[in-house]
Design a binder for this molecule. Structure first.
Ligand code: ATP
Ligand code: MG
Length: 471
């Protein structure tokens, strides 16, 4: 008969004396039903005799400790792990405990964070017969926060499609960047996959179990940027939360912060960011103490930052701090040979999402798509394919499902007279782009949001292009 008695943090079990005494303990673990139960629960269970020899280790415990369940039987606990087992203290002082946290340093596996309970087993004369040790590995706080808040990478390098040599170079370089902790700057036009690259780098990095916090510097109201990024102490301004608020940099501690559209960051915030990049410290608004964070920074922009520096919109010192590793995501115009691959990929993905059969692609469709200048890059291509799948009534994808402006652009480009062929190409592209933006603006009666959506470019890019073409 096993009788449990429990007082706050000490749990003792009184086992009727057996001969030899360990037989009682062994039988607990060897009963088939009990064995099935202990092997199926999520915690590791280790049963030791009073001298510290292993009587039983369940499968989960073997997995957690990276040991073989059978090979440890009968061995002394100190000979099977490469750290000092905390259970030795229980064997020495006879004090059990419930749900206690331990951080253990293993030479082979580094820092291990355990949640443990130790139950002391005694006979009727209160002599210790052994210990039941239950344990599980605890995620670090930031892993837990990342899991709860969903601040995880949504894409990995496997999701990034492309065979073009310049594109492959960008992917290879990003894989290398993922292995370091240096700051990364991703430059590229709108819709070229900058955010996907940031996700993939975080996902492939040592910090992947930590949070990935995304901040779009262009969408934050100017007055809120500082508190969003750096947080505030209680009562620091009207409307502030009583308990204060940790900013994105603190939330990203142990992980990565992705600062999208970095060129839109106001100059005073650029100075504060520079300090974080230099010594990893900052203070919350209204706070006096310096907060140190271990956060990797990935920034992205579709602007030419050197031009922004010349126009005194961007700090040069910040540019060089961010630009330790620079990745350029090529525009779709520069990798038109990837169009068939990308079209196939998006056709399959969207047919699946919209529960359609995968249509056959008319080769003429690919000819047309390969000649279009794609101002909205891959995002625009994906939108075009998704639209085609939705409106398609057959299992063929033909030019009837392509937007009219794309079909119209095919081989109807007016060629201005000029001696230099590369100038001609650029001018043609610009003309097509200008024409397309003007046409779409007219179609949506000047609605910028809708127009940017239809073109597959961000509102900022649309504004910039409208200014460029004086529209
Ligand atoms: N190489 C790629 N393979 C597959 N899909 C891609 C690729 N690049 C981009 N995409 C698709 O295009 C979409 C837009 O990419 P993303 O948001 O990363 O672009 P961006 O450069 O950050 O654009 P913006 O500057 O407008 O924010 C993604 O959600 C993804 O669906
Ligand atoms: Mg983006």
């Amino acid at each position: 008969m096993v009788q449990w008695t429990s007082t706050s943090h000490i749990v003792d079990i009184d086992i009727q004396e057996q001969n030899p005494p360990q037989a009682g303990l062994l039988s607990i673990a060897s009963e088939p039903i009990l064995k099935t139960i202990v092997d199926s629960i999520a915690d590791g269970i280790l049963i030791l005799d009073a001298a510290g020899y292993v009587l039983y280790l369940n499968q989960q415990g073997a997995n957690i400790l990276d040991l073989s369940q059978t090979q440890v039987m009968g061995k002394h606990i100190t000979t099977i792990v490469d750290f000092r087992p905390v259970i030795l203290d229980v064997l020495e002082n006879g004090q059990g405990y419930l749900e206690k946290e331990f951080i253990i340093h293993s030479p082979s596996r580094g820092k291990l964070h355990f949640m443990k309970s130790a139950i002391v087993l005694r006979d009727r004369h209160a002599r210790m017969m052994g210990v039941i040790d239950t344990f599980r590995l605890v995620d670090s706080m930031h892993t837990m926060v990342a899991r709860i808040t969903g601040a995880k990478a949504k894409f990995s390098f496997n999701d990034i499609i492309g065979r073009d040599p310049a594109f492959i170079d960008a992917v290879s370089f990003s894989r290398i960047a993922a292995q370091s902790t240096a700051n990364v700057l991703i430059e590229g036009e709108s819709g070229t996959g900058k955010e996907m690259f940031a996700h993939a780098i975080h996902h492939a990095s040592m910090r992947s179990s930590g949070p990935l916090i995304i901040v779009n510097c262009a969408s934050l109201p100017r007055s809120l940027i500082e508190s969003e990024l750096f947080g505030y102490e209680s009562g620091s301004f009207t409307g502030a939360r009583k308990e204060g608020f940790p900013g994105k940099f603190e939330q990203a501690n142990g992980g990565t912060i992705f600062l999208d559209e970095i060129a839109e960051l106001p100059l005073d915030m650029q100075s504060k960011l520079l300090r974080v990049l230099q010594d990893h410290t900052f203070s919350r608004i209204g706070g006096t103490k310096n907060i140190t964070v271990d956060t990797r920074v990935i920034a992205a922009t579709n602007k030419n930052l050197l031009a922004e520096i010349r126009n005194t919109n961007f700090r040069e010192d910040l540019y060089y701090r961010l630009n330790v590793l620079c990745i350029h995501t090529p525009s779709l115009r520069e990798r038109l040979d990837d169009i068939p691959l990308l079209v196939n990929y998006f056709v399959q993905k969207n047919a699946l999402n919209h529960s359609r059969t995968i249509p056959e692609i008319d080769p003429f469709v690919l000819d047309i798509l390969k000649e279009y200048p794609w101002p909205g890059n891959i995002r625009e291509l994906e939108n075009v394919i998704e639209r085609a799948i939705i409106i398609s009534q057959s299992d063929q994808l033909t030019i009837d499902q392509l937007p009219q402006h794309i079909v119209n652009s095919f081989r109807h480009v007016p060629v201005p007279e000029t001696a230099n062929p590369s100038d001609t190409n650029i001018r043609n592209l610009e003309q097509m782009e200008k024409h397309e933006i003007r046409r779409t603006l007219k179609e949506v009666e000047g609605n910028i949001s809708l127009c940017s959506k239809l073109l597959g470019i961000s509102r900022n890019t649309l504004y910039r292009k409208m200014k460029q073409y004086a529209l």
